[in-house]
Design a protein around this ligand. Structure first.
Ligand code: FAD
Length: 437
């Protein structure tokens, strides 16, 4: 694909005034807010009836910039293959016949090499640290209560988990991320409700990381955006981006209430609708290497907050996160590569319930758990794709994979900067479509 023009340079024409954003997940909502703050007249099109109703709804809520890491990592191919025939595992590969998936896997395999992994990780962390600062600033400025809890504790069940944490600690050290290896008693001091019957060899504590409710934040930000003049159009699916003379000029939409296609003209379009908005770009020859890596979660009312977690935790053996929200507890995990169809999977739910019950048996009525499934919009190398496309005035904010909540506030700001001709505050090397050239 042709390289996008100068990622950090000025716009090729006057800054657009009327901007359309496709998708009101956390990424589209943050983009809309930043665009509005830059003085644009913003309209957001969302096929669902509210913001953050898809992948942004059921995620684990963890914001851990120091822990942000590409899925393409040394040792991963072997790990994925070793789980190939397992009914349940943290990483599942269920091959389906798809040339796009085959291309994605080949690209992913190339990126698992150590040198590539380091480059990709540093690109992702650059955006993640910037994003956390933006998120914290937004919370403070708009007095948003998204149930933020400081701290993130990685639970290590046995000696094997303890040994595995060594390389992760070395990387945290290298990146200057504060962390502490704790013994079992120190873990229990931090989390007094941890069940005593479940084996616990220790934990890795990251005090500066945090968790919060992504949909609560998205809804609060959308309310603020609405008050500031952003127009949200719900129940309309964008079917086409209109391009004339090499420049995006508007959108065509349809919806169940009024299926007749409607055309709206805009000065610029930002596609931020994750996996399902890829065809809007493909129609114009922009084929982004993003594949849905599925994940599962279950959310239950927190029956006894005193018997639940105080902060987000991850069970390293199962790669399952447990997150407390205001009045609920969420358990989330599994990365499944294969069919893009989103269907609940009983085996995944069983693992989530096992882990939740193992650590916090009295926090919730685990027998009532039901399965939610979401699609992580994943690039093969890890970093998202931000900003310019080869089509003038057509922008993207896509491919945030496993860490879209952690990245959204920063990515939204960066893309709004580019749309309105400003210079982003971070270096965009490796975060734009230029790397696909
Ligand atoms: C199990 C699980 C756990 C996770 N845990 C974490 C975590 O702890 N921390 C973290 O940072 N991230 C986490 N993630 C990843 C994170 O949830 C995603 O990266 C993020 O939600 C992606 O946001 P998005 O706005 O790009 O996509 P979405 O939330 O999917 O939003 C896209 C929106 O676009 C709309 N749309 C699409 N196409 C169209 C169209 N043509 N017209 C109109 N509307 C359209 C959709 O309806 C949708 O609302 C997790 C994901 C999963 C599955």
């Amino acid at each position: 694909m042709a390289a996008a023009a100068d990622a950090q340079g000025p716009l090729r024409r006057a800054a657009p005034h009327r901007v359309a954003v496709v998708g009101a997940g956390i990424v589209g909502t943050c983009t809309a807010w930043s665009l509005c703050r830059h003085g644009a007249e913003v309209t957001v099109f969302e096929r669902r009836d509210e913001v953050a109703a898809e992948t942004s709804w059921g995620n684990a809520g963890v914001i851990a910039p120091g822990y942000v890491t590409p899925w393409a990592a040394p040792g991963m191919p072997r790990k994925v293959l070793s789980y190939l025939f397992a009914a349940e595992a943290p990483v599942l590969f269920r091959p389906v016949a798809s040339p796009a998936l085959a291309r994605w896997i080949l690209a992913w395999l190339r990126e698992c090499e150590l040198g590539r992994y380091r480059i990709n990780k540093s690109r992702m962390q650059r955006l993640a640290f910037y994003s956390r600062a933006r998120l914290q600033a937004l919370r403070a400025e708009l007095a948003i209560d998204d149930g933020r809890r400081p701290g993130y504790l990685q639970l290590l069940r046995g000696e094997r988990d303890l040994a595995m944490v060594g390389p992760a600690r070395a990387l945290l050290q290298e990146n200057g991320v504060p962390h502490r290896l704790l013994g079992p008693d120190e873990c229990r001091a931090l989390e007094p409700a941890l069940a005593t019957g479940t084996p616990l060899a220790g934990g890795l504590h990251l005090p500066q990381d945090e968790s919060a409710s992504c949909p609560d934040f998205a809804r609060a930000l959308a309310r603020a955006a609405d008050q500031a003049g952003v127009r949200f159009v719900f129940g309309r699916t964008v079917t086409n981006v209109l391009v004339e003379a090499g420049s995006a000029v508007g959108l065509r939409t349809t919806g169940p209430a009024d299926p007749a296609p409607v055309t709206d003209r805009f000065d610029a379009v930002v596609v931020a609708g994750a996996v399902d908005s890829l065809p809007l770009l493909a129609e114009h020859g922009i084929r982004l290497p993003i594949w849905p890596v599925k994940g599962y979660s279950t959310t239950l009312p927190l029956l006894r907050p005193d018997r639940g977690p105080r902060q987000a935790l991850i069970d390293e053996a199962y790669k399952v996160a447990i997150t407390p929200f205001a009045d609920s507890i969420r358990v989330a995990g599994t990365a499944e590569l294969g069919s893009p169809r989103l269907e609940p999977r009983p085996a995944a739910l069983r693992t989530l319930v096992k882990v939740g019950r193992d650590w916090f048996p009295e926090a919730a009525d685990w027998s009532r758990a039901s399965c939610w499934v979401g699609a992580r919009p994943m690039t093969p190398d890890g970093p998202a794709l931000l900003g310019y496309t080869p089509i003038d005035r057509l922008f993207v904010n896509m491919g945030h994979g496993s860490t879209g909540w952690a990245m959204a506030a920063g990515a939204g700001q960066v893309v709004a900067d580019l749309v309105t001709g400003r210079r982003p505050e971070i270096d965009l090397d490796g975060l734009t479509l230029e790397r696909l050239a």
